[in-house]
Structure formats: C-alpha cells, structure tokens
Design a binder for this molecule. Structure first.
Ligand code: GAL
Length: 736
C-alpha cells in the first residue's frame, strides 16, 4: 500500500509505504544555534540538501564546523502499532545530536566542547528508537527532527544510506548478549527490549571454522514478556579451537531472525624457543654522517648477550640491549656479523649497513597512534605503547618505529616561528632520547598545508624550520599528509608538478638535516603517486584513503593493490595504510577490532606479501595474546622484510560458483623461493586447488606453512589447501 504524505510547513513531499517514510532531503544551515531544535522555528529560508551525501558536494565545500538539518515528517497513524518507531539517519561526519520535537533523543560521537573533547563517529550508523507510547510523537501531524552535526575536518554532514522512519519489527526487540570470549563459565542472554511479548526460538550453535561444520546445537522455545530475559550456558570448546559461536533468535509469527556471532581467537604462531634467534632485516640504510642506530632484534631465553663482529670504526654495541650506534663518513657496504648468545647457545647473522642515500631498505615496522588514539594521542599514551613494545617482546621481532600521528601540535608557533608541541607532549627531545636509548625510533606527522587533517598547525611556508625542529627532537620518520594543502593547490592546475611540489619542498628541507628521516607521503594515491613517489625521494606513499576495521575496508584496500607492484623496491614502498588489529578506536573510546581472527591473518599475510610498511595501529598496552602472536611470527615478518623488496603479484583470481572465490598472490623472495598467499574472499570455507604452472612455477615444489612454521612436504604438479572464510593459507615454496 502506498500512502502519500505532505509535510505541513515544508515544500517537499514524503512518500510512505506501509513500512517506511523515506527522508531524502532536509532543510540545512551551516551554523550553530540551540534554537534550531525548537519545532516551531522557521526554517523556510534554509537551503534544501540531499541527506545521502555530504554537504561538501552540495555547495559547502570547505566548510568544517557545526551545521543543522531539520526534517518535517508526518507520522502516519498506522505506525502506531505498539512496536517502537525507528529513526534511521544514515551517518554523520563527524558527530551529531538528534532532537525529536525539541527533545534530545540521541547522540553519536562528541563535540569539541564536550568533556574529553571531540570524538568522530563518522562511520557509525545512526539509529534511534521511540516507543509508540512516547508523548513526543504527534500522530498524523508535523513532527520535527533536528540534527546538529559537527564536522571536524574534511567531508561533513549527513551521508550514506538514505535516512528513513519505520515501525520496528518484533524481531528488532530482541537483544542477544554473549559474555566476552575468555570469560569463565560463559553465558548468553536473550532479552526483549519491547513492551510487547515476543515468542520464538533461541538457538546456540558452536561451529568448526575449518570447514564450518556445526559441532553442537541447542534450541529452546521461549516466550519473552516485556523486559524479560533468558540466560543460557555457552558450551566450552577446546583451548585454541578454530571455531565460532552463532547465537540466533527466530521470531515465531514473522519467522524473522537475528543473530550474533563470536569468533574464537585461535593462535597459529608456535612459541619461540629458548635458543637465541636473530630476527629482523638483513640490511639497513644510513646516509653518510647521519647517526646510525639499530637494535638487534633477537628472541631466546633471557638474558641475551649481544655482540658484533667487524663493527666499523667508532661504532659501539650495547651488550645488554643490542643497540648498535655509530656514524659513517663514507658511502659503501659495511658487512658485519650480529651475534647473540645465551646459556643455551649462540646465533649469528650476516648484516649489511648500506651507507648511501636510500633509507628504509626494508619496509618500516613499528606503531602509529592514529588508529587507536586519533587526535587524543599524548606523551603518556605513546610511552605506554612503547613500553609494551619492549616488555611484550615486539621489539625482538623487528618492530621499531613509534610514530605520533596528528594531534601533537600547539595552536600557534613560538615567537621565532618554530612549531611547538601542545601540552600533551611536554618534552619532545626527551621523549626522542628515551625511545632511542631503548633502541626504538621516533616518528611524527605534519601537512604541507596550513593545517593538518585534524585542524592542527601544518608546515606551510615553515618547511625548513619544521624539518630542523624535527631533527633537533631526534625524529626518524615523517608522515606528510596533503590535507588542507588542497586549499593552496590551484584547483585548475592538474599538472603532475603541482601535486609533487609540496612534497619536493619538504624533501629538500629533510635532506639538509644531519639525521635520517624516513619520508612517508600521505596523499591517498593522487596522480598515481607510486609512479613518482621516488622522484621526490619518498620512502613510502599511501595508495588509498583511510582504512577502518571492517572486512569491507580491509579487502577493498588490500586486494586492490595490483597495479602498484612494479614500483615497490628497497627504499620505496606502496602503503595501503596502517594496521587495524587489536584495540582500535580513533579516539578515546577503543574497541576490539571488528575483523575476525581469519580476517586478521589475511591482513598480516597480505601486508607482508605487499611489502607494505607495517605500522601497528592499536593500544599496545592492552595487547591480547592473539594479537601478540599475530604480530610476532618471524617467518611471516621475514616475507615482509625480504631484502629483494619485491611486491606480490595477484596471479589468480576466481569468482564463480564452481571454483569459488579466491585469489592467489605470489611474492618473489631472495634466493629463488616464493611466498604465496591463497586468500578465500568468500563467506564459506573452501578447498582451493591449482597447478603450480597456473602460477608460472616449476612443477615440483617443497612447501612450508608460514603461520604454523611447519613443512608440508613436496608437492608435484598440484597443490590444494582448505582456506577458511575470509582467511588465508600462507606458504613459502622452493623448487626441488
Ligand atoms: C588523514 C590520514 C590519516 C591520519 C589523519 C590525521 O588524512 O589519512 O592516516 O593521519 O589524516 O588527521
């Protein structure tokens, strides 16, 4: 049934079916006034905007700050069913408050004036519920929904799927809350959040994720009155199972269902042994006369004793923590032997210091503050993660950089025009010294524009001064983010030169410093940056927009890195963005990554194959065992750090019902071996089969499973492997 509604004081017409009133447009103003929430406020002179796309594309291009949307909606009487009414408003870039007929009914994110400061929730769906008995609702009359949006930077306003209002289904009243994984004697609670009684089935299944077979299932018929809950025990499974739980409720009258899934974090990486083992890269680049600082990454039963054979003159190695320091005045290759001993034995590894003009000869490995702390990063938070990097042993696997992203800059420069840190970072030099003393590296962030993406001070027209300041603090890495340079860049100038220019200016400034600063370009891949990043002496360059912790984001970014592979080589890396494992959140409120364990194995495998910079984006002080294991598999890391510096090529891609959905990526390694990632992009566990010749490889291959660090044997002609949904089999093969 169609029902035509005409709003009372607004010129647009809303069409409702029995189920839905769509809200394609709203009145809009780009300023802030609390009176805009009042239903009787006259908004007839406001402009009308589409609600499924940001305000930037509708005439408010550079506007950041507050804006208000007002919807006038006639709420049809047939929505008054006893079930609540849903207000779905798409998404708001970045934070918003929602008023219904003048009363605040919901909020997402936080405004700069809120306690704790601004928090963006730009990717969070906005859904609010009103009980049908709520006296705020005026049936068959005009209701005003006012939305106050705050845009922190970049695109702003309502966007995403079209907003609508509808009556909620009975099934929407069911909430399923399982205890977190890891808790003792776990329970799951099914509750009815509606005023009406809901009848249905509660189903609890435990599933083997290897082949998605159901291990156990229990079904209970329930009748849940208003506010009532039913609690069930969750059956325990064996330790470290590769499994999941599905909790489902099927409502009896509509047969509609709702489900919650929980995936068990299963560990693949074997424990490191007692014997000393030297990890990390085989080469390290340094410029003549720049300080060299490198910690020997090594595992084995502590205490370890570090030494080096053939150290260049003037170099020293700290025997207790393995930090090598020194300075070379002449270019050339310096071959040394790293030695690590403990009570159980000795490990040696050849290592080359390449003194020349190329840095980052293997992809940088470390941590960046953005994906966890966003703009709320502080000295304290960085130090907590740095301490965890050491205490949890990540540093022993080659993780080194500690990079502060946006949010460290003070609002104004000092009287000499120098950039200064805000009060969250009391002493940058001291912080740098502390990191270096522990064998870690120090990274920072800025923009060639007047402001950064987070609206902090940028480097425009202060590039030389800023590079000198960074050098004086001991900075080893600079991420340089286009952001507001978009306002300086002439929009009519589409020349490559104009896109390169700001990166050349900063590069010239960095070159003049008496220390090495790895240069990371961040401009989201504009003008195919991978083709010219090297010409501005960039060491890595972002190839895409920002990543977030969903399969959609991970897979669309990761699997699209195909045309960039010829441009990766020692010192020059394509960067598909930072990692989204562990506790992330882009602000003060962290959550566990929404990626399943298999998606995380895919993430680390793919980034290693792509020779991507590996920058962990989570709060390391809250590192769980699963994430720690994910990040400390030396055979997987070795794929990333391979000296050849090749990027994997996507060789096979299948997407059809008979062969399944999978991709095979192959990376050439030093010594003639190959690392191969077999990725299952479908939602079902699959057996993938192929002939080596489909990958242009010799017919007889010796295969090693890198995650399990286990030889699988010799495979003649054909290889087959079961790959979990969204998961990976990562192997290293050698022709025999
Ligand atoms: C974005 C960038 C992010 C982060 C952020 C800081 O442009 O892609 O990685 O640096 O700015 O405001």
């Amino acid at each position: 049934m169609k029902y035509l509604l005409t709003s009372i004081c607004c010129c647009f017409v809303l069409v409702a079916t029995a189920q839905k009133v769509e809200l394609p447009t709203a009145k809009f103003i780009n300023n802030d006034n609390s009176a805009y929430s009042t239903p009787s406020f006259d908004d007839s002179k406001w402009v009308e905007l589409k609600t499924n796309t940001n305000w930037d594309s509708q005439g408010f291009g550079t506007y950041d700050g507050y804006g208000w949307y007002r919807f006038h909606v006639v709420m049809p009487h047939f929505f008054n069913t006893g079930n609540p009414v849903r207000l779905y408003l798409g998404r708001a870039d970045d934070a918003c408050e929602v008023y219904f007929n003048g009363t605040l009914i919901g909020k997402s994110g936080a405004f700069p004036t809120d306690k704790g400061g601004y928090v963006t929730t730009w990717d969070k769906p906005l859904e609010f519920h009103l009980e049908s008995t709520n006296p705020l609702i005026k049936w068959d009359a005009d209701n005003v929904i006012s939305v106050r949006v705050y845009d922190g930077n970049g695109l702003g306003g309502l966007f995403g799927p079209m907003p609508y209002i509808n009556v909620m289904d009975l099934i929407d009243g069911i909430k399923i809350s399982p205890d977190p994984i890891g808790a003792n004697k776990r329970k799951v609670v099914f509750s009815n959040t509606f005023a009406t009684t809901i009848n249905g089935k509660c189903i609890i299944e435990s599933i083997d994720e290897e082949d998605q077979s159901v291990i156990s299932t229990s079904t209970t018929e329930v009748s849940l009155a208003k506010g009532q809950v039913k609690q069930f025990d969750i059956p325990a499974v064996k330790n470290n199972s590769h499994g999941s739980y599905a909790f489902t409720f099927i409502e009896n009258t509509t047969k509609k269902s709702v489900a919650e899934k929980q995936y068990l974090p299963y560990i693949l990486t074997p424990k490191t042994g007692d014997a000393p083992q030297i990890n990390g890269p085989k080469v390290y680049g340094v410029r003549p006369n720049s300080p060299f600082i490198f910690k020997i990454p090594a595992t084995g039963k502590k205490p370890l004793q570090y030494s080096v054979d053939n150290l260049p003159e003037g170099f020293t190695v700290n025997q207790l923590n393995g930090v090598i320091t020194g300075k070379l005045s002449r270019s050339g290759d310096y071959k040394i032997n790293l030695i690590v001993k403990n009570k159980t034995g000795i490990a040696k590894k050849e290592f080359t210091i390449k003194c020349g003009d190329v840095l980052a000869l293997t992809p940088p490995m470390g941590w960046n503050s953005w994906n966890c702390w966003g703009l709320s990063v502080s000295d304290e938070k960085l130090k907590a993660s740095a301490k965890a990097m050491m205490d949890k042993g990540l540093i022993d696997h080659g993780w080194a950089y500690m990079n502060i992203d946006d949010g460290w800059e003070a609002a104004t420069r000092n009287t000499n025009g120098e950039i200064v840190a805000n009060k969250k970072f009391p002493d940058m030099k001291k912080l740098g010294d502390w990191l270096h003393g522990n064998g870690l590296k120090f990274g920072i962030y800025s923009s060639p524009g007047t402001t950064t993406c987070g609206d902090y001070l940028g480097s425009y027209q202060h590039e030389m001064q800023d590079a000198a300041t960074y050098a004086s603090w001991g900075i080893d890495y600079l991420k340089y983010d286009w952001c507001s340079y978009g306002d300086i860049h002439d929009k009519n100038d589409n020349s490559l030169e104009s896109y390169k220019k700001p990166y050349e200016v900063m590069q010239t400034a960095l070159q003049k410093q008496n220390r090495d600063i790895v240069y990371s370009l961040c401009q989201y891949g504009m003008k195919d940056v991978w083709q010219w990043g090297e010409s501005v002496n960039g060491n890595c360059w972002r190839t895409t927009g920002d990543i977030t912790d969903t399969w959609q984001s991970l897979s669309s970014i990761g699997f699209s890195q195909t045309k960039q592979y010829p441009y990766a080589k020692p010192g020059r890396w394509n960067d598909p963005d930072m990692m989204i494992v562990g506790q992330v959140g882009w602000g003060d409120h962290l959550h566990n990554t929404r990626l399943t364990p298999d998606e995380q194995y895919t993430h680390v495998s793919l980034w290693s194959l792509l020779s991507a910079p590996l920058l962990i984006g989570c709060d390391l002080s809250k590192l769980d065992n699963f994430t720690l294991n994910l990040l400390t598999n030396d055979e997987v890391i070795a794929v990333n750090q391979d000296v050849l510096g090749r990027q994997a090529k996507q060789i096979l891609i299948r997407s059809n019902p008979s062969e399944g959905d999978y991709q095979v990526w192959v990376k050439e390694l030093e010594g003639g071996s190959q690392a191969i990632g077999i990725f299952n992009t479908s939602d079902k566990s699959e057996v993938v089969r192929f002939h080596w010749n489909e990958l242009y490889l010799l017919p007889k291959q010796k295969v090693r499973d890198l995650w399990r660090q286990k030889d699988l044997g010799n495979f003649d002609g054909m290889f087959s492997t079961r790959v979990p949904a969204h998961g990976v089999t990562l192997i290293k093969i050698t022709a025999n």
